[in-house]
Each structure stands twice: as structure tokens, then as C-alpha cells.
Design a protein around this ligand. Structure first.
Ligand code: PEP
Length: 229
């Protein structure tokens, strides 16, 4: 199982070093942390597996505010999140830019967590399957690709998808693409077990609860225990 922590725009280098001084993940689960760009160097120095929160599709160029695969690889970063719903909602990310970012990162040798997920109104209108199918259709099966199913209404809201909703969406995604699928959306130590126990849930993308080393470690421990059983 893979448990990834998305720190969003939290934790500078000092707080990053503090987190890693205390972080001792259990065996039997792969843990990845995704700090903001300015803290990547401090995070990589910890020796843990580190992903960025985004990556551009060009090797270099006049793309202010973006970061390239070459820069990430030179820093020792192993992968990147692509297409997070906050990127789609606030920064104009589209299925096409997600396709370009993902394809280039995989080609460059980075791993990718590509995020998909429906808005609340899309679920209410019965469009979840169509939205997920459209978002997944720009991706191709690859050994370094993982998809994260993150229903937008469950991100940072404290509302979690029921295990049944997560399982149904994961099964759909896996019928379209042969890759591991993580669940994301208010995962925390109290609800991790029931979500991770679903047959098509291969791990979690954890936002808020990954900022606290004890909470994130507890989610990793639940995953490790379930992997052993
Ligand atoms: C996320 O940032 O990908 C996420 C799922 O956030 P949260 O766990 O805070 O809902």
C-alpha cells in the first residue's frame, strides 16, 4: 500500500525538518510526502521518498511559477502529484494539461499521482461515472503511475466518502486503467481502516492529517497492519 501526504502550501524548510526528525514510518507500507516547492530540498535531505505537488510538461522555458522534471530530478525528488482538484479549481488545470504533465513526468522517469474526482453537483446530477471516465481517459497505464480518487466534496471538508462510494469509484477507475488507485478526501486515523480495507483501495492521499506527524504515522500504521492481514 502507498500512503502519500500532501502538505499543500504548509510547512517551510524548518517545519519540514522538524516533521522528519519525528517521522518513523512502519515497515510494510510505502510512505511519500509532498511538501511545497521551497521545502523539497529539506525534505529530500531526510532520506524519505519525496514527491512535488505539480510538474510542468516542458524541460525548461519561460513558464513563470512552474517547475520542471529536470529540476525535480536534480533535487532528488522521485515523483509528483498532478491534477489535484485545487489546481483544477483555482489554477485552470484541465484534463489536457493533466495529460501533458503526466506524460512528460513519466517519460522523464518521475512517478506520478494523477488526481481525479467529481464535484458535489456532478455527483448529485448522477454524472460521477462520466466525469471519472473523462478524467481517466487522458491517462495511459504505466508502471510509475498511480491514480488518486479524490471526490472534491470530501477534500478538506471533513466529509469522507463512505467506503461503498470509494469502492465503487475505484472499481470503475480500475476497469479503465490498470494502475493502483489511492483514496483521498479527509482521510484521518479514525476513518483510514474502513476505507483502506476496501478491495480496490490501494492506499491513500492524505491532506490535512499528513501535517501532523502522529496522525500521518497512524494512517501508515493502519495501512501496514491491513497489508499484513
Ligand atoms: C488532498 O489534499 O489531497 C486531500 C485529500 O486533503 P484532505 O485530506 O485534507 O481532505
Amino acid at each position: 500500500m502507498l500512503i502519500a501526504g500532501n502538505w499543500k502550501m504548509y510547512k517551510g524548510p524548518g517545519a519540514t525538518r522538524e516533521f522528519f526528525r519525528a517521522f518513523d514510518p512502519p515497515d510494510g507500507v510505502e510512505s511519500v510526502l509532498c511538501p511545497p516547492f521551497g521545502s523539497l530540498g529539506a525534505a529530500v535531505a531526510s532520506g524519505h521518498t519525496i514527491f512535488a505537488q505539480n510538474v510542468h510538461w516542458a524541460d525548461e522555458g519561460a513558464f513563470t511559477g512552474e517547475v520542471s522534471t529536470l529540476i525535480l530530478l536534480e533535487l532528488g525528488v522521485k515523483g509528483a502529484i498532478v491534477g489535484h482538484s485545487e489546481r483544477r479549481q483555482y489554477f485552470g488545470e484541465t484534463d489536457e494539461t493533466v495529460r501533458m504533465r503526466t506524460a512528460h513526468a513519466l517519460e522523464a522517469g518521475l512517478r506520478v499521482i494523477a488526481c481525479v474526482g467529481e464535484l458535489e453537483e456532478e455527483r448529485e446530477r448522477g454524472e460521477t461515472e462520466a466525469v471519472l471516465t473523462r478524467q481517466v481517459s487522458v491517462l495511459r497505464t504505466h508502471e510509475s503511475l498511480v491514480v488518486a480518487y479524490e471526490p472534491v466534496w470530501a477534500i478538506g471538508t471533513g466529509r469522507t466518502a463512505t467506503p461503498e462510494i470509494a469502492q465503487e469509484a475505484h472499481a470503475l477507475i480500475k476497469s479503465l486503467l490498470d494502475v493502483p488507485v489511492l483514496y483521498g478526501g479527509s482521510v484521518k486515523p479514525e476513518n483510514a481502516e474502513q476505507l483502506l480495507a476496501q478491495p480496490d483501495v490501494d492506499g491513500a492521499l492524505v491532506g490535512g492529517a499528513s501535517l501532523d506527524v502522529e496522525s500521518f504515522t497512524a494512517v501508515c500504521e493502519t495501512a501496514a497492519r491491513l497489508s499484513r492481514s
